[in-house]
Design a protein around this ligand. Structure first.
Ligand code: HEM
Length: 499
């Protein structure tokens, strides 16, 4: 008994103190700096408190957004320089601020892995988003065909219907007041687009799935806001029971929908128009053994919502905010849209591909307000990164997209300014070929929905510009804050003028 207690005591000491201290020494010996390790929580509590504090009041629209979004990393870098780490609990997290190193980390996705999320997180994000190694490679191969441009092109009519509905609802809202909070409408638009493109004719069930997932996101976010106690998800609390019920309902809805499609496929029906059909057809081609199970297909469908909805909604939101702030660019973009499509022509694929100014604007919005501001990775074996950095197994890495996108050493003194002209000759020209711009990630795990999101965004921006001119309402309070993506904390009231 004493021996067992002693062994546990030793293990705990090793885990909570000795190992972190060894890792700290190892990092410091290579000139990587950070705060001294504090038992168990590390910098976690300070970082959370600082973020909370910095998000109490709105800021001026011209203010730097980093202190609101990544204050602790910024403070660490300001204090110790660019080669730094912070303590994410008992784990050191090294900040990767050099484009060359970002490239290396993102290229070697079989060694730089995604940190394991806690079981509550896995209720929301599964599938491709969390798999590693062979399982990831297999799923990526099966899902890829659904996101090829020739398939996404076929989804354009679905994008269009959703945009028309949003525009109509703005027109209706304008009868009541000139001021419209566009944020809920944009969220609804991107949810609607996924429901239609993922599930086509089963659009109504798709909407129901989305509503359940939104509910689940709220419950999971609550559960994640406290420290996870192993096993706590099995306790029969009200929240746990509700979450389990939602999981069951989701599975039921998706299984029914998938089974119907699988039957159709077996009977030789082909319906190539929505993501689910393309995914099932691609899966079917692999045969029963190499393909995904129904449960796995369900996870991928849920991921489309989770990964594709908020990200695209916030891209549209910050585009509207920046175009309201920079009216000259709003005029230029509208001029281009009217030149290509006229006042009321429907945006088509070829025309959308000719929108040079709109593309430059979206690239610049994704630079200044990347929907995902940070990616993290972890290594399970000792690794050499770049020429000379030696990392020990268990070290985690932060790739702070937002900091690299705002770095004056990379982008010049005007790095924080909205200047779409940077992208006049395309992305590789603006970045001189470096991986200093990666709103969609980079390398083999680059966002699978990138083309989908950009096409949707271009269609929506074009249709908004055709119908309305807009400015920020005096009641708008600038307050980007982070819950997975960068959202407007107090909504986004705009003054819309019908053209
Ligand atoms: C503006 C919109 C979007 C942005 C900024 C964005 C950003 C990202 C980023 C940064 C990653 C890489 C995460 C990492 O490696 O840790 C990613 C992965 C992913 N995204 Fe997106 N995304 C967007 C839209 C979409 C859409 C519309 C979909 C699907 C409908 C989607 C599906 C995915 C999936 C499935 C992955 C995981 C890929 C893998 O690990 O192989 N995303 N996204």
């Amino acid at each position: 008994m004493v021996a067992v207690a002693g062994w546990w005591g030793w293990r705990t000491l090793e885990w909570m103190w000795l190992k972190p201290k060894r890792m700290e020494k190892h990092l410091r010996s290579q000139g990587i700096k950070g705060n001294p390790y504090r038992i168990f929580f590390g910098d976690f509590k300070d970082s959370a408190a600082m973020t909370k504090q910095n998000q109490t009041n709105p800021i001026a629209i011209s203010d730097d957004i980093i202190p609101r979004l990544l204050p602790f990393i910024q403070k660490t870098i300001n204090t110790y320089g660019k080669k730094t780490f912070m303590w994410f609990g008992y784990m050191p997290r090294v900040h990767i601020m050099e484009p060359k190193l970002v490239k290396e980390v993102m290229s070697k996705n079989f060694v730089y892995l995604k940190p394991k999320s806690n079981p509550f997180g896995r209720m929301l994000v599964g599938g491709l988003g969390i798999y590693e190694h062979d399982q990831w490679a297999k799923h990526r191969k099966i899902v890829n065909p659904a996101f090829r441009m020739e398939k996404i092109k076929l989804m354009l009519p679905a994008f269009h219907v959703s945009c028309v509905e949003m525009i109509n609802s703005w027109e209706k809202a304008l009868k009541e007041s000139k001021e419209v909070d566009v944020w809920p409408y944009l969220q609804n638009l991107s949810a609607d687009v996924i429901s239609r493109t993922a599930f086509g004719s089963s659009y109504k069930e798709g909407r129901k799935i989305f509503q359940l997932l939104t509910l689940q996101t709220g419950l999971v976010t609550q559960a994640l806001s406290t420290l996870y106690i192993p096993g706590s998800r099995f306790l029969p609390t009200k929240r746990n029971m509700r979450m389990k019920k939602i999981v069951k309902e989701l599975e039921h809805l998706l299984t029914n929908m998938i089974n119907k499609r699988v039957e159709g496929l077996k009977n030789g029906e082909t319906n190539n128009e929505d993501l689910l059909s393309i995914l099932l057809e691609s899966n079917f081609k692999q045969g029963e053994i190499k393909g995904m199970t129904i449960k796995e297909v369900i996870e991928e469908c849920k991921l489309f919502y989770f990964a594709g909805q908020e990200t695209t909604a916030v891209l549209l939101l910050w585009t509207m905010v920046l175009l309201a702030q920079h009216q000259e660019w709003q005029h230029r973009a509208r001029e281009e849209v009217l030149r290509v499509f006229g006042n009321d022509g429907d945006p088509n694929f070829d025309g959308i591909n000719r929108l040079k100014i709109v593309t430059m604007i979206l690239n610049e919005v994704l630079r200044l307000y990347p929907p995902i501001i940070e990616m993290t990775r972890i290594i399970e074996e000792d690794m050499k990164l770049g020429e000379s950095l030696h990392l020990q197994a268990g070290t985690s890495l932060s790739l702070p997209i937002l900091l690299l996108h705002h770095d004056k050493e990379i982008w010049g003194e005007d790095a924080k300014e909205f200047k779409p002209e940077r992208f006049a000759e395309g992305i590789s020209n603006a970045t001189k070929g470096h991986v200093s711009y990666f709103p969609f990630g980079w390398g083999p795990r680059v966002c699978i929905g990138q083309n989908f999101a950009l096409l949707e965004a271009k269609m929506a921006v074009a249709m908004i510009l055709q119908r309305f001119s807009f400015e920020l309402s005096p009641s708008y309070a600038h307050a980007p804050y982070r819950i997975v993506t960068i959202k407007p904390q107090f909504g986004a009231p705009f003054i819309l003028h019908r053209l």
